[in-house]
Design a protein. Sequence first.
Length: 278
Amino acid sequence: MTSSTLADFLLPEGFACPTPAAVLRESSAVLEAGRFALRAVGERRTRRATPYAARPAARHGDPVILVPGFLAGDGTLALMSRALRAQGFRTYRSQMHANIGCTLNAAAQLESRLESIAMRRGSRVQIVGHSLGGMLARGIAVRRPDLVSNIVTMGSPMLAPGAHHPSLAASVDLLVRLSRAGIPGLMSHECVAGACARQSFSESRQPVPPGVGFTALYSRRDGIVDWRACVDPLARAVEVTASHLGMAFDPRVIDAVGDALLRTSESSAVEVDRGKSA
């Protein structure tokens, strides 16, 4: 079952919405959070026992911005951000308090944020996006390769955005109804069934330009989206074992993200030339 509001082209043939019972797989997020806590305790003990001079030097790479998924804000990726900083990466928030608005507006906001970071750091930026955040990242990478050096998506159903759990479909319907009632800043009908939705989907299917890395993380345990929709044929696909929610903090996923991020900033100096953004 998919949202009655959603356009048919967002759920192409060959993909399917997870069953209502699939959400039970998301209960493993509790274990994944515990796994993060245990690793954090162990790393803290190791760090305290290691003399400062013997600690490994920080690795250098392009700055990293983390983009949350649908209905989520920057806080959901705070643990991942902390872990990546401990690995030597410079991380930034997307400044999204809740990813519930028009996708094109969200992309424009994110693009502006990338320009600011690129100007400040003098380099292109890497984007790590969870779910809808990864779809936004892919679209921006297509449109602004001058700003983006690498993208890493986690559980992002780029091939079929409509292949999501019925609970998300209900959330989309609610946002659209509230938008029709006059509440600003929410996802409207155009965002899920009109020209806005078609443009966002079209951008997410265009080839990623040369010189921009692309890694897509997916999990067969995903109870929120069809994992097959997350395996972009143009990306380096990496399978992880985690729930959809747990991808934001499972240490095994964080390791996979760290492995996919660029660790040097060679040939990454950027001259920002603002591109077209809808």
